[in-house]
Write a protein that binds this ligand. Sequence first.
Ligand SMILES: [Zn+2]
Length: 310
Amino acid sequence: MKKSFYTRENDKIMRVLSDKLKTNLRQMKTLKNVTLLAVIALGMVLFACQKEDVKTTETEDGISKEVKRKLISLGVNPYGAYKEFIKYEDGTGEDVYIAENDLMVPVERLNRVKPKEGTNAEEYVGGLLDVGASRTIVVAASSNLNYMTKNALRDAVSEISSTIFGTKIDVSYSYSSNQNDADIYVSYATSGVGSTGILSGLPQNGDPYDNILIGSNFHNNGSYQQRIFMHNILHCLGLHHNDAQSMQSCPGYPGFDYSDMPSFPSLYVPGTPSGYYSSTAIMNVCYDPYAPVNYGLEYIDDFFQFFYYQ
Ligand SMILES: [Zn+2]
């Protein structure tokens, strides 16, 4: 038996969505011009369900069911998730959970997912950017990045800003390497990135995820780097993997199958298809870095128009 609920945050989201749907109906002419074929699953919860018999025992992969529930409540698939100590270039570090290949969820962040009083449900916090009337997001590179990688990052920002041009969000590249000037700071991690080569995260508390970390085995090709940066900047701005639930783009990955877990949340952009739809989609869990950089961008603007409409 499952319970559904809406948190206060979700009530707000539902109101926003309701307004957006009305706006969308008025914009049907525009929408009809777009072949809407994708779902953009996001790192936020419309609703979640869970069984009453909460178990917090460790599972075979060493991640407790409580942690899995919390990851799910943030819209993250816990399959294959693991805990890692990330060390930043300034020598500081923190524990994070790494899930879906490239998403970091700080342990501190997960600890703020608390059961709501009177229910056994997790409270949801964050998910989308707090944009207000408009918002500029500045992306900056550490001075430790080499020339090619900085150029790839600058080109990734340029491609994204031209794709979402006309929404409330303006993404720009900063030539400053000062982390304090950046909303999203790209740097080398001195440990913890692992085989993926790059890590990022989903928005927290209305702000973009503030770090993109690359490791020593990051692709050594500028155009691959550009595409990978685009994927990860889009995570920081709120886009989740479109096939987060099935992980269909990753050969050998089983889909989400936790029969005693809450249903997997996603936020759906009306008129777009659900889940995996193309091997070239830029927001696949296992995306193709060899595809041209403009492949799979066709629904990105739909997402930004829908959630951050001008
Ligand atoms: Zn990703």
